[in-house]
Design a protein around this ligand. Structure first.
Ligand SMILES: [Zn+2]
Length: 182
């Protein structure tokens, strides 16, 4: 069955595979997000990668690029959602899952809510700006009207390790002694 928007997107039953995907599928998608994060690192950006997936299909990809894009909103999640929305021809991503290597910030959590993303899967927690429980938990805020299901900690070690390696290398290049603020 095709969706009513004639966009070629095949709707999925959100009580089925999308809401209860296998851990293997989540891990496979997170590995894809990690490869996007590596692209960010290669261009000197903090390595964060994101994907939007629906019905087993990747609809959008993004990696963190605020410096190169001169755009404070160019976080991996925002770019992946833009691409997915364009692919679907719909500003809402209702039956989609967003995979991201780092816990989303408040800006991205807001965009995820506006997009009506059904599920968020993230890798490493972000104790400085995480808005899914680390600093605040916007998805648990009952006064906000959309609540994505959140799955934390998928490939958390790999995701966090890529960030740690990036910051360690940057401190080394800057001749710091390892205690610089990121
Ligand atoms: Zn963000």
């Amino acid at each position: 069955m095709r969706c009513a928007l004639s966009c070629g997107h095949i709707p999925v039953d959100i009580t089925g595979v999308e809401s209860a995907p296998s851990q293997d599928f989540d891990a496979a998608m997170m590995r894809e997000a990690l490869s996007l994060a590596a692209e960010a690192a290669a261009s000197g950006e903090v390595p964060v990668g994101a994907l939007v997936v629906s019905g087993g299909t990747i609809l959008g990809r993004g990696f963190n690029s605020p410096i190169s894009a001169c755009d404070p909103t160019a976080h991996a999640e925002v770019l992946a959602m833009r691409e997915a929305a364009s692919a679907l021809g719909n500003y809402r991503l209702v039956d989609c899952t967003l995979y991201v290597t780092l816990e989303p910030c408040a800006m991205c959590a807001g965009a995820i809510m506006h997009a009506r993303v059904a599920r968020v899967v993230y890798g490493a927690a972000d104790p400085k700006t995480g808005a899914c429980g680390s600093v605040v938990d916007l998805f648990a805020e009952r006064r906000l009207n959309h609540h994505a299901e959140v799955t934390p900690g998928v490939l958390a070690e790999e995701c966090g390790g890529m960030l740690s390696a990036f910051f360690a290398a940057r401190r080394f290049r800057q001749g710091g002694d390892g205690d610089a603020e990121d």
